[in-house]
Design a protein around this ligand. Structure first.
Ligand SMILES: Nc1ncnc2c1ncn2[C@@H]1O[C@H](COP(=O)(O)OP(=O)(O)OP(=O)(O)O)[C@@H](O)[C@H]1O
Length: 460
């Protein structure tokens, strides 16, 4: 039966109440895509697109009760269906009741331009991105911009520590965007690649094609802005690109391991623009989300993972999703070697133990003091000589302490030997440095991030 006027009023009222009472991103993600299929007697059927949406909508009884009392003077029983739940009869009903949406014409890239190499990786999609409390808001915003690009959240700035899914989301946005707007021009690029592109173009005197490539986009996905070069020319070019795109309403999405306010490599005028749209943070997944991610990935291994095994792996690896995946790969490998189709906890224990000892082995084999000093000086943009020199400027002193800490932690070098390496300093200075960083690691996000990033680079 087609929807009656009262049914349409009911549905409008549900949306209105949801917009008033829920955060915008939540409304956009959970409620806006829902559709009212039918109201018959005192039963309403609502269609949504995933089980995650279903759980959320089921909890919105107040919303439905208020709207139905206002419109029908009675409380409706709400049945929420996902696509998979729909019977043929439901589908017919839906086709009859929902007006066919007139496609809004894409106004992307009206002029004929050279096709762009998007650099998108198809394997990263929203379908294989597991939602949890730590990324829900980011996920909602990411989905919203694929529908209304350049509008609400422009730019979208996603920050969070390494291995938590920022790159995955950028590609997912790009892939979804192309599905919805096939004629659009978009590009995924790391900050380092953007810089290289700029440097090459300016060396070869091909700035016109650089400008055409980056300023005619509908969507720019720029990864890892913390690695942006601090060279004036590049920064200025990026500033111009950002302005040109923003002005014409193109969507920009940026990721970084730190919030805009801590991007010391970029100027204030650019950083303040990053905060024009929405800034969201992705944090370490909680135990349940780690379990969900593992289950998702375990399914693709063709092996049977009992819940206890998944739970064991999730309890052992609580740093980031990349390491979680690494551990699962190791477990899968061992189980296949041992020709086990069911993966018992004992196999997972052995695999994780192997992983830990091989990590520390490779660390010992490949690392030395010079490599650590080089990496630290690169990371903090300081000449390596300053680490061993006498300067006491705050930034240099901090970088020196981090370097001393890493040498002690990763190589277990003696305190006097470390002191020798840093301009013949006394071992008590080294002891102090190690203690300062150890303390900061307990409660200072910035230090946690610096040490984490550096360890990843050194052990990578
Ligand atoms: N919520 C999630 N669901 C499923 N897979 C995830 C999730 N979060 C991260 N991953 C996976 O973890 C791996 C690391 O994620 P990704 O490379 O996107 O991290 P990142 O935050 O960009 O890290 P970096 O800052 O080091 O570049 C990828 O294989 C990605 O698919």
């Amino acid at each position: 039966m087609p929807l009656k006027e009262s049914d349409k009023r009911f549905w409008n009222r549900v949306n209105e109440l949801a917009r008033q009472n829920l955060p915008k991103a939540t409304y956009d993600y959970f409620i806006a895509p829902a559709k009212l299929i039918s109201v018959s007697g005192n039963k309403a059927k609502i269609l949504i697109n995933s089980d995650m949406h279903k759980d959320f909508l089921k909890r919105q009884t107040d919303l439905f009760n208020t709207a139905s009392l206002e419109v029908y003077g009675d409380v409706l029983t709400i049945k929420i269906l996902s696509d998979a739940d729909m019977s043929d009869a439901d589908r017919k009903e839906m086709n009859r009741s929902i007006e066919t949406r007139t496609e809004t014409p894409d106004n992307f890239s009206e002029t004929i331009l050279e096709p762009v190499r998007t650099n998108l990786q198809k394997k990263y999609s929203f379908d294989n991105f597991v939602a949890g409390d730590q990324n829900r808001m980011t996920l909602a915003a990411a989905l919203t911009i694929t529908d209304s690009p350049g509008d609400l959240y422009n730019p979208l700035f996603i920050f969070g520590n390494s291995g938590l899914g920022k790159t995955h989301l950028l590609h997912a946005i790009g892939n979804e965007f192309l599905k919805k707007h096939p004629r659009s021009r978009l590009i995924y690029v790391s900050s380092e690649a953007f810089v290289t592109d700029y440097v090459n173009a300016s060396r070869k005197k091909q700035m016109d094609s650089f400008v055409e490539k980056y300023r005619n986009l509908d969507l720019l996905l720029l990864d890892d802005v913390q690695f942006f070069s601090d060279k004036e020319g590049t920064k200025n070019e990026f500033f111009q690109t950002f302005n040109a795109l923003h002005e014409k309403g193109a969507q920009i999405v940026l990721t970084s391991d730190r919030p805009p306010s801590e991007l010391n490599n970029l100027e204030e005028r650019l950083v303040s623009r990053f905060s024009w749209g929405l800034t969201t943070n992705i944090t370490i997944p909680d135990f349940e989300t780690r379990m969900a991610i593992l289950m998702n990935k375990a399914e693709k291994t063709g092996l049977n993972f009992p819940d206890e095994t998944i739970s064991y792996i999730a309890s052992q690896i609580n740093s980031n999703v990349r390491e979680l995946e690494g551990a699962l790969n190791q477990v899968e490998f061992l189980a296949k070697m041992e020709k086990n189709s069911t993966v018992e906890i004992s196999t997972a224990e052995k695999a994780i133990e192997n992983l830990r000892s091989s990590n520390s082995h490779s660390r010992k084999n490949n690392l030395n003091i010079t490599k650590i000093k080089d990496e630290v000086s690169k990371y903090f943009h300081l000449p390596v000589a300053d680490l061993s020199g006498p300067k006491r400027i705050k930034e240099i002193a901090y970088a020196r302490q981090v370097a001393m800490f890493l040498i002690r932690d990763l190589l277990a070098t003696s305190l006097p030997a470390i002191g020798q390496e840093f301009g013949k300093r006394d071992h008590t200075t080294v002891m102090y440095a190690v203690r300062v960083i150890t303390d900061k690691l307990k409660n200072d996000n910035e230090t946690q991030r610096d040490v984490d990033n550096l360890k990843r680079k050194l052990e990578g």
